[in-house]
Design a protein. Sequence first.
Length: 168
Amino acid sequence: MKRPVLLISALAVVAILTWNFARPVFAAGDDKQAITDLEHKFANAPNADEAMKYYDPGEEVVLFDMAGPPREVKGNKAIHTHLEQGFAGLKNLKVDFVELNVVTDGNLGFASSVQRFTATGPDGKPMDITFRQSDFLHKVNGQWKIMHQHISVPVDMKTGKGDMASKM
């Protein structure tokens, strides 16, 4: 009679340990998907107001942008103004992810991507830019928010000019 009880107890302990160790893996997978979804929603934001929904609400948030000046934008008000200027006059905006990598431990997240942006500029001319974007995220009230963002293009070291068409 002791053996079945011992066996059942051992199986219960194994089941509990397996559940406890597997749970963070499932949570990390859910968080990874949530960050991936946020990246796509942010990329397809049609205006500054919509894009701001994905930034940390605190004033510590920072954006390093390829468009400037300024190159470094701090705080929500400044980022909103910067994005409004960036969206001004653009039509037919479209962003495609060439590559997107997401890493998270459930508390902090990092998303690095290569994106291709096409639009019609304020002057009516087509725009086609391939750029790199790195986002550092954390949870605010259970929602992932961007707290630091860096957007750039590779530089041709011979000419010193940005390579806006690089396929990396």
